[in-house]
Design a protein around this ligand. Structure first.
Ligand code: SF4
Length: 375
């Protein structure tokens, strides 16, 4: 079982908080699709014939691709990889790209999960974030997608925004729930270097929430989502029963994945690999038949740490049997010793061989995870 991630590196303009790799030059889209299809063929052995269970179009803005371009990419994957019958195919989309005709085409192509970058249902915050769409466009896109038959719709929301009040945050969550989203990913704003928000922050143009305000927004989110029947299955992710993201869950569970396109990362259980973060270099290299990536072979300690970083974020937690099997007694003893104080302080619970963060633990998960890392 494995996953394929496709990084589509185009955005019409840069959002104020974002440091994902993308360029505005949409003239290169056809060349990019040529190169991506070529990279799919060049790297078809990477997953060692394991069946592909999930395909994820991320970016950038995958919804800037035409239906024909998406069709070509999917066809090339189908020809070169062994696919599960029941395949999860996600496409990240900007609300203002999702016209009725475009949605119909996506549906026909077999895209069965949409991840829509709503971020906020309030125009004031959308403007502040430099998003392209309006509240009205987001609502229309979601409703159109549902009418066309998309049953699996995830919405991205952002909190911890400058001046975001708890009341405004509540309205956002309510709106997402009222629109019958089946999955919500909610991320706290992080000020990334060299973004517009970074500049604003350094020039004193925006104020960030205090730690207490951020925590209140996070707590409110967790309570509201659980009250509405969503499973909080990863720190930032909530799903209605049967709608967890298979692609991301596999990633947190340490399943192999192949990342294609500039800046995409891959993992095959023994090494990590990442493509260069530059479109021109990517196109030149791949079109000549050369891979444009760096590879890092992982030591046992790095693999253990990766497992902790990903598994402790989830509702399933870290499994001590797996730790013993994959990393040996030393790492299992280390884990058990570390876990004692967190269990005593109600930050962690033990369920059989699984060690899971409690809601108290989740609030300080970054610190706990850091403490578990083997150095
Ligand atoms: S948030 Fe999405 S749409 Fe905005 S710049 Fe980043 S990748 Fe592009």
């Amino acid at each position: 079982m494995a996953g394929i991630y496709l990084h589509i590196p185009f955005c019409e303009k840069k959002c104020a908080y974002c440091d994902f790799y993308s360029v505005a030059n949409s003239k290169s889209k056809n060349d990019f699709v040529d190169a991506l299809c070529k990279e799919i063929v060049l790297r078809k052995q990477y997953l060692n014939n394991e069946k592909v269970q999930t395909i994820y179009f991320g970016g950038g803005t995958p919804s800037l691709l035409s239906p024909n371009q998406i069709h070509r990419i999917l066809n090339t994957i189908t020809t070169n990889f062994d696919l599960e019958n029941k395949l999860e195919i996600t496409l990240e989309a900007n609300p203002d790209d999702l016209s009725e005709n475009y949605l119909k085409d996506l549906y026909k192509l077999g895209i069965n999960r949409l991840s829509i970058g709503v971020q906020s249902f309030q125009n004031e915050y959308l403007k502040l974030m430099r998003r392209r769409h309006t509240n009205h466009q987001a609502i229309a896109a979601i409703k159109n997608a549902q009418n066309i038959g998309f049953g699996n719709i995830s919405l991205d929301l952002m909190y911890g925004l400058p001046n975001l009040s708890l009341t405004d945050w509540e309205k956002n969550i309510e709106q997402a729930i009222n629109l019958n989203a089946t999955h919500i990913s909610a991320y706290h704003l992080t000020i990334e270097p060299n973004t517009l928000f970074d500049r604003y922050f350094r020039n004193g143009k925006i104020n960030l929430p205090t730690e207490t305000q951020s925590l209140d927004q996070f707590k409110f989110l967790i309570d509201k989502m659980s009250e509405k029947g969503f499973l909080h299955y990863e720190i930032s992710n909530f799903a209605i029963d049967g709608f967890i993201s298979l692609h991301n869950t596999n990633y947190w569970m340490g399943v192999k994945y192949l990342g294609l396109g500039p800046s995409a990362h891959s993992y095959n259980l023994s090494s990590r690999q990442w493509n260069i973060r530059e479109l021109r270099g990517y196109l030149d290299g791949i079109l000549k038949g050369e891979l444009v990536c760096e590879i890092e072979n992982l030591s046992k300690t790095e693999k253990f740490n990766d497992y902790i970083i990903t598994s402790l974020r989830t509702i399933w937690g870290s499994n001590t049997k797996k730790i013993k099997q994959d990393y040996g007694d030393e790492f299992q003893n280390y884990f058990l010793k570390k876990s004692k104080k967190y269990i005593q302080n109600n930050m962690m619970i033990k369920n059989g061989e699984n060690y899971i963060l409690t809601s108290e633990g989740i609030f300080i998960s970054d610190n706990i995870i850091q403490d578990f890392l083997f150095v």
